[in-house]
Design a protein around this ligand. Structure first.
Ligand SMILES: [Fe+2]
Length: 247
């Protein structure tokens, strides 16, 4: 089975904690984990976890990018840590545990702070998805959601306009995926339009989804300790970035 989780925000240890819970709950091994963005691809947190502490994930982990990654060093970091996890580029198709999966990382533009350069879903990303053969994927995994599926803004985010990215519904109409699973909005969402069931996941420390080998989908509420260190890590990264820029 596939374990789908999102918005890890540098708290990499949460992945193995949710994997252990899933395997105990289901009595079977997780074949692979996919992180649906905001993995936390930041040089100093990756170094601390994988190199200094020597940690490795218990199961193979791949990820697509969200909006909270270190985009200035993205390609270098993906290459440097390829022994630890795998990046699924936008508009790429993969067979994962028997499922034909389209990856579509990135997010719709919000503001310069929240959606840094490099994260925004571009028209050419949508075009690349639309160029795939009709009906060629079973599942779409994205960070943001398509516009117009009924997702609403979280309280306090109304000024960003309608949530989601343009062109997603066209992708769904063309590819007819059975499932479209996304993160970014930090809450559960479950709605079906036409042939496609759209499932939004909350942050990694609140739950995840399991996609069985035969296509069965389980939604798992499972709270872990909240990542109290996230904001302190983000602050540290910003301070280091500013220090680099001023040196
Ligand atoms: Fe996000």
């Amino acid at each position: 089975m596939l374990l789908l989780i999102t918005d890890v925000h540098c708290q990499y240890h949460l992945i193995d904690e949710q994997v252990a819970y899933a395997e105990q709950l289901c009595g079977q091994a997780v074949a692979q984990v996919v992180v649906l963005g905001d993995f936390g691809l930041f040089a100093h947190t990756l170094y601390d976890f994988f190199r200094r502490a020597g940690r490795r994930f218990a199961r193979p982990v791949s990820f697509l990018e969200g909006n909270h990654e270190e985009f200035d060093a993205f390609a270098d970091l993906v290459g440097e840590y390829r022994d630890c996890f795998t990046w699924l580029p936008r508009a790429s198709v993969h067979t994962l545990d028997g499922h034909r999966v389209l990856a579509l990382g990135g997010a719709a533009y919000m503001d310069a702070m929240t959606t840094p350069r490099g994260c925004e879903i571009r028209a050419e990303d949508i075009a690349a998805c639309l160029a795939l053969p009709a009906g060629s994927v079973d599942v779409v995994l994205s960070h943001d959601c398509p516009q117009g599926i009924g997702m609403t803004n979280a309280p306090g985010f109304g000024h960003f306009g309608p949530p989601g990215f343009a062109g997603g519904r066209e992708i769904a109409a063309h590819l007819q995926p059975r499932l479209w699973i996304f993160g970014h909005h930090h809450r559960w969402f479950d709605r079906t339009h036409g042939a496609t069931r759209y499932l939004g996941l909350p942050e990694s420390w609140k739950g995840f989804a399991l996609l069985g080998h035969h296509g069965d989908l389980r939604v798992i509420d499972h709270f872990l300790d909240s990542p109290s260190t996230f904001w302190s890590r983000l602050t540290t990264w910003c301070q280091r970035l500013l220090g680099r820029e001023s040196s």
